[in-house]
Design a protein around this ligand. Structure first.
Ligand SMILES: [Cu+2]
Length: 114
């Protein structure tokens, strides 16, 4: 009977001490170059339309529209992206890369790689 009480107390101590460690705080220094970037395709527009990234960064586009879109540039090109689908491309060369939606050519975006 007493043993059970001690075990119960131990479990309680473990539970309480476990609570003091909470989720780790976000410790991401601003100086660290971004290694991923996401662009939403929404409302027939790339958002953000222009991004600046460091060389070696992978950019992921996600189509949030019900309409299909593409991400079409000179050195990269996606298949037709339906709603919820994504396309990723890693930019290993510095430069300015313009792209558009092949289906809706008025949709334009630019990736600047430094
Ligand atoms: Cu489109």
């Amino acid at each position: 009977m007493k043993k059970t009480w001690i075990i119960g107390l131990l479990v309680l101590v473990v539970l309480i001490s476990g609570c003091t460690y909470g989720p780790k705080p976000e410790t991401q220094p601003a100086q660290v170059p971004q290694t991923t970037n996401t662009i939403e395709i929404k409302g027939f527009a790339f958002n953000p339309a222009t991004i600046t990234i460091a060389k070696g960064t992978a950019v992921t586009w996600t189509n949030k529209d019900s309409a299909p879109h593409t991400v079409t540039g000179d050195v990269f090109s996606s298949e037709t992206l339906n709603q919820g689908q994504t396309y990723s491309f890693t930019f290993n060369e510095a430069g300015s890369f313009e792209y558009q939606c092949h289906i809706h050519p008025s949709m334009r975006g630019k990736v600047i790689v430094t």
